[in-house]
Design a binder for this molecule. Sequence first.
Ligand code: ASP
Length: 337
Amino acid sequence: MPRQKSILIVYAGGTIGMRRSRRGYVPQAGFLEARMAAMPDLRSPDLPRYAIHELVPLLDSANMRPRDWLTIGRAIRDAYDEHDGFVVIHGTDTMAYTAAALSFMLDNLGKPVILTGSQIPLVEVRSDGRENLITSLLIAARYRLPEVCLYFGDRLLRGNRATKVSAAGFRAFASPNFPPLGRAGVEIEIDRELLRPMPSAPFRLRPVAHPHVADLRIFPGITAELLRQFLAPPLDGAVLHTYGVGNAPDDPELLAAIAAATARGVVLVNCTQCLKGRVDMEDYATGKALLEAGVISGYDMNPEAALTKLFYLLSRGLETAEVRRLMQQDLRGELSR
Ligand code: ASP
């Protein structure tokens, strides 16, 4: 008989394990584990063995910071050899950021890491958490998936391509610029052609530190004054959410503020505000002006991937030119050129 697979559940927080309080839903230590122990489904012989590593404190994911990504990464690194796969239970609000951040930090990953959670807590009768959790455990145990994924509402997505698109729907995530890696209907179907290759080098955790990274959505009426303040030191890098294929107002004062920042070594990455599509700064004069001011293309990266990639690369002590080069390269399947 094949050995029963073993999965580590890293429980970071989120609605799935929350209980009602007078101030609304809050996570509570030990509560999810007790709830799971009382679920007969989770003792089915069809499921892998699992152990739970609960983080302290459990977080509403609105409170997640880069150092919490590191805590999750360390929990996976420390148990990497003992388990066949990892399920990270996480709140939906910033799940796409954590998934993208982990995809960069877990270098040469050769085992599945699946983030999941729910819109309704597991204790409620209509919870979507049971299906999300059980299917994530099954996928993590059954498939050779050498990447960070997000499973939610019947779809398995590449973690650094996922974005939260619905505040209350059970299909809360989409992957607008990359097809789903799998679907869970009557059968679980994984599209093997889309998966990342198995790594040839040993797994390692690449930590993130505390570079000054930010995010700005361009809007009609944005002023040079606001932009100058946003781009002022100590900023190291930022994602600019531009219009359409990567356009912004080509007002000379705005462009001068941008050019002064890039000349100082601030890495500015152009991502589109559109949910779907890619940046091409050669299309319009208003895009070309950004290119000439030193802004680099984010191509079809989603803003979560671009932001966390900046955190990752700017934590590595690389020269600015190297950060700019790697930002425009596909490192973990987050970008197609
Ligand atoms: N605020 C919650 C969180 O992100 C929402 C959820 O889990 O669905 O932790």
